[in-house]
Write a protein that binds this ligand. Structure first.
Ligand code: HEC
Ligand code: HEC
Length: 291
């Protein structure tokens, strides 16, 4: 438009829309060509979309969609089914692989290892966390499974046996041992001496300290000459400052000598089956204390 000539009456080639407000009229410029093309393009695209995808509601449409089907017959339900069946088939594949692979070999197969840890973690949450804590951290009477202090052993084989058959459980293959009540045999004095001695073990008591002789006589067969424990009996290490019961003070030790406490862990083989137990073994092993 010529800026020096603002009189629209003179711009004959454009004309006005015919609208007028107090003498002001409106030029009838056409839409820009690029805009028209995009507009037409969206119409073509929309028609194509209706043709290919489900789009319009129709009364006769089936109950799943209630509308036109589109030539591809694509639906969100189908997409969900496909991705679910892919997950299921991959899961079945991994499970089969797991069944045919020894736990030891699983450790060297990153994908299968990942699968086992994830499965084991969820089985642990469901079956074990109420006693061992959600991360296996343990509590009084329930051992911590994250550290490398093991009552019965932290190798894949030992973990598998513990989890399958339990400890002092009702399964015929259960791990079993009993700490006898020794106080009556030992007498009050000895009990006090041994308790003091054992309380000192984790603080470096010497083997000539008072109580050492009684300890050797009454306790070392199970707990080791230097308090190193014995996994055959599930007898805890007494020299490392990690305690299943209490905090290792004399009173607590004395009470264990007078009336020994014994932890019970259920057997899982009949409840969970081989596959889940394999995953649990790998998971517990992965917690950091595995041997
Ligand atoms: C009802 C409580 C309870 C539940 C549930 C339980 N445990 Fe235990 N678990 C124990 C107790 C108690 C001990 C220690 C037994 C002992 O004093 O020797 C133990 C010991 C263990 C040990 C041996 C630790 C060591 O130091 O040698 C492992 C491994 C273990 N549990 C794994 C599991 C797994 C895996 C599950 C789930 C499938 C589970 N536990 C469920 C109570 C439980
Ligand atoms: C026949 C084997 C045996 C003998 C002998 C024995 N214990 Fe034990 N002791 C055990 C077992 C098994 C446990 C673990 C109980 C459990 O896991 O619940 C244990 C647990 C303990 C605990 C608890 C440890 C902790 O981490 O809380 C103390 C303390 C202990 N014994 C001290 C002694 C002392 C002191 C003597 C000697 C006077 C002795 N024991 C003799 C088998 C024995």
């Amino acid at each position: 438009m010529n800026p020096s000539n603002n009189n629209i009456e003179t711009q004959d080639d454009i004309g006005t829309t015919g609208h007028e407000w107090d003498g002001i009229t409106e030029l009838n410029y056409p839409c820009p060509r690029w805009w028209v093309w995009i507009f037409l393009g969206t119409i073509v695209w929309a028609v194509g979309y209706w043709y290919i995808y489900p789009a319009w509601p129709v009364i006769s449409g089936d109950s799943e969609r209630g509308g036109t089907k589109g030539v591809m017959e694509w639906t969100q339900y189908k997409q969900l089914e496909e991705s679910q069946s892919e997950i299921f088939s991959r899961r079945a594949e991994n499970l089969e692989k797991l069944q045919n692979t020894s736990t030891k070999d699983v450790m060297d197969m990153p994908e299968l290892y990942e699968f086992a840890v994830v499965g084991g973690k969820s089985a642990f949450k469901e079956n074990c966390a109420q006693c061992h804590g959600s991360g296996g951290g343990g509590a009084k009477g329930y051992p911590n499974l994250n550290d490398d202090d093991w009552l019965w052993g932290g190798s894949l084989k030992e973990l598998s046996k513990t989890i399958k058959y339990g400890i002092r459980s009702d399964h015929k293959n259960t791990r079993n041992s009993v700490m006898p009540p020794l106080a009556a045999v030992m007498g009050k004095d000895s009990v006090t001496k041994v308790s003091r001695y054992v309380a000192g073990l984790s603080k470096g008591s010497s083997s000539t300290a008072e109580g050492a002789k009684e300890y050797k006589q009454m306790c070392s067969a199970c707990h080791g000459v230097n308090g190193e424990g014995n996994r055959i009996f599930g007898a805890p290490k007494l020299s490392d400052g990690i305690w299943l019961y209490g905090k290792g003070d004399e009173q607590q030790i004395e009470s264990q000598i007078k009336s020994p406490q014994h932890g019970v862990m259920p057997a899982w083989i009949d409840r969970l089956g081989e596959d889940t137990i394999k995953q649990l073994v790998v998971y517990v092993y992965s917690l950091g204390g595995g041997e």
